[in-house]
Write a protein that binds this ligand. Structure first.
Ligand code: FES
Ligand code: FES
Length: 171
């Protein structure tokens, strides 16, 4: 079968690849681009381990074809840290021991980031609802929820600091 050339953006970088028409975005990320953060848990859209952002929407990359990435913007767990500085969610997951085997963790991080990008003051119910598509067989979820609540506080502090800097620059 003839390969399909695709031009896309992954974590802010322009990326080109050639894929088989049957390959999923998860296959492409892991097998063509070396981005192995997203995991294959079920391959049927049920576990959330393969979660990535596609044009700002949370998707299961096992349900998206690689060819559908043409002209789109993809964000993966590899793009969350700012150089050596972990995203608050990554830091708080570590501090709250919100992972054990870690298979589900990239998917939880991306799903939680999708929530905090739109709502930095989520209630516990909102956090649990936002993460309902992500399954974890190890942690029992409570530590994950606590980590997301703590990270939300960090994100709010970052937002306030940015607003203060912006106001100072305008004076
Ligand atoms: S591997 Fe995609 S949802 Fe489970
Ligand atoms: S930490 Fe093992 S499945 Fe979540």
């Amino acid at each position: 079968m003839k390969g399909i050339p695709v031009s896309t953006t992954v974590n802010g970088d322009d990326v080109e690849f050639v894929c088989d028409g049957r390959e999923t975005l998860l296959d492409v990320l892991r097998n063509h681009l070396g981005l192995i953060g997203a995991k294959e848990g079920c391959g049927t859209g049920d576990c959330g381990a393969c979660s990535v952002m596609l044009d700002g929407q949370l998707v299961c990359s096992c349900l998206v074809l690689g060819a559908e990435a043409e002209g789109r913007e993809i964000e993966t767990v590899e793009g969350m840290a700012d150089g050596e500085k972990l995203h608050p969610l990554q830091q708080r997951f570590l501090e709250h021991a919100a992972l054990q085997c870690g298979i589900c963790t990239p998917g939880f991080l991306i799903a939680a980031k999708a929530l905090l990008d739109h709502n930095s003051s989520p209630s516990e119910s909102e956090i649990r609802y936002a993460l309902a598509g992500n399954l974890c067989r190890c942690t029992g979820y409570d530590k994950i929820v606590r980590a997301v609540r703590a990270a939300a506080g960090d994100v709010r502090r970052q937002q306030k600091a940015r607003a203060r800097r912006k106001a100072a620059a305008q004076n």
